[in-house]
Design a protein around this ligand. Structure first.
Ligand code: GAL
Length: 435
């Protein structure tokens, strides 16, 4: 027979355990991003729809690597639905996304560029959940650079999780073509035009462009604006401090116009990755593209590529970031929250970025996992002057970008610098940034 003291002790222990369990449950609910989300998300079920435009070699490979990690990070039985809309830089995907969001049919999570594309389009319009609890739980204020935290935040709260940092101002070139023609990668516009003349004389297309989607021309243009104006004046374009009608912008647009005279004649029927193929085959010597081109080379087993900052941009990092958030009314928010944990984790970023051709948004990734180009980008990201990309949502609102894209569409054909500059100046006024 046990004594009454024994049974009293047992009863008191049970009461204590129960009290502790209830208290822990309350804490979890208070800190949790969504009610019901627990520290250990065992037992997640249902569908998780991830919306992006990642369909080419390196893009798809990076995305698949994240999907493959999901069951480890988020135990349960979640079925991932890979909702992609093909087309570089998201110009097609954004249209589909807008229709869905306006129609009350948000995906679980969607790819969105940090900066104006995120904030102006989705956050200020009250379409996204704040993620401050998640950032606190994961300690992300300590692992993302302050500048990145600022750009994904609005009124002090983060609204999306950056998975990477891409660089837009990269000149990629075919090393053998350059060696065979005794050429060095150009660092200035004058050098670019000299190299281009020599290549043309040798029967090689100097610059590969694939602007079946005209964002690639805008991408080229932003690197020319940056290289011609310098970082401060380039930044001033997006704040109204640099005069869009001034002579410096005229000179930049003339450089852009001249560069366009060296591209492949079938540019308007090719995509960015098909333009990359011209560099791979040696039919073209160079292309200007973000560092997802690096992932495209790797996915196509092409190793004979070199890289340099685009003319005039040494020491500058024209940056953009792919991020994911939690749309209001998203189905299966617990599964989405766990996706966001994965996207922001060291493990997730180390798996994704070497395949995607980008560097981690986190500062603690192991750089030995990255190829030589990406290792150089990791160093440049730490030391260069960072400026926001126009074509990839960081610098300007979506409406303003659309105006610029429309103006560029006309310019690529008519090459009328004065008319183009006039439209660009008007677009800045239309965006209510210039008066
Ligand atoms: C960018 C995006 C990159 C890459 C590229 C080409 O806008 O940030 O991740 O996918 O478009 O599609």
């Amino acid at each position: 027979m046990r004594s009454w003291r024994f049974w009293l002790l047992i009863a008191l222990s049970l009461v204590l355990l129960l009290t502790l369990a209830v208290a822990c449950g309350e804490d979890e609910e208070e800190e949790g991003v969504t009610p019901g989300a627990t520290e250990s998300p065992a037992g997640l079920t249902g569908e998780l729809e991830i919306f992006s435009w990642w369909t080419t070699g390196g893009e798809a490979a990076g995305l698949e690597a994240l999907f493959a990690l999901y069951p480890d990070k988020c135990p349960g039985d979640v079925e991932i639905v890979n909702a992609t809309v093909a087309g570089g830089a998201g110009f097609n995907a954004r249209e589909v996304l807008t229709t869905r969001m306006l129609g009350g049919d948000p995906p679980g999570s969607f790819q969105v560029h940090m900066g104006h594309e995120l904030t102006d389009t989705w956050v200020t319009t009250d379409n996204m959940e704040p993620l401050d609890s998640l950032f606190d739980q994961e300690g992300w204020s300590d692992v993302f650079p302050q500048g990145v935290l600022d750009i994904v935040s609005y009124q002090g709260k983060p609204y999306s999780v950056p998975v990477n940092i891409h660089r837009a101002n990269v000149l990629w070139y075919n090393k053998t073509v350059f060696e065979d023609n005794n050429l060095e990668p150009p660092t200035t516009f004058d050098e670019f035009f000299e190299v281009a003349d020599a290549l043309e004389a040798a029967g090689i297309t100097p610059l590969a462009l694939g602007d079946v989607e005209v964002w690639t021309s805008v991408h080229l243009m932003e690197t020319v604006l940056l290289g011609s104006l310098g970082a401060d004046a380039y930044n001033g374009l997006w704040t109204g401090e640099t005069d869009w009608s001034g002579p410096e912008v005229t000179a930049a647009l003339e450089n852009f116009s001249k560069m366009l005279s060296y591209v492949n004649s079938d540019h308007s029927s090719l995509s960015w990755d098909q333009a990359n193929d011209l560099v791979i085959s040696g039919d073209a010597a160079m292309t200007v593209m973000g560092d997802w081109a690096n992932a495209d080379y790797e996915a196509k087993n092409f190793t004979d590529y070199g890289w340099a900052p685009t003319p005039g941009t040494d020491g500058m990092y024209d940056a953009l970031s792919d991020t994911f958030g939690l749309p209001k009314g998203a189905p299966n928010p617990d599964a989405v929250t766990c996706w966001l944990r994965l996207v922001g984790s060291k493990e997730g970023q180390e798996a994704f970025n070497p395949l995607k051709g980008s560097v981690c948004a986190r500062t603690d990734c192991d750089s030995s996992l990255f190829n030589p180009y990406l290792q150089s980008a990791i160093e440049d990201w730490k030391s260069d002057t960072i400026v926001p990309s126009l074509a990839h949502g960081a610098a300007a609102s979506q409406g303003w970008v659309t105006e610029i894209v429309d103006a560029a569409t006309a310019f690529v054909t008519d090459k009328d610098v004065a008319a183009f500059q006039g439209r660009l100046a008007d677009a800045c006024v239309g965006a209510e940034v210039c008066s």
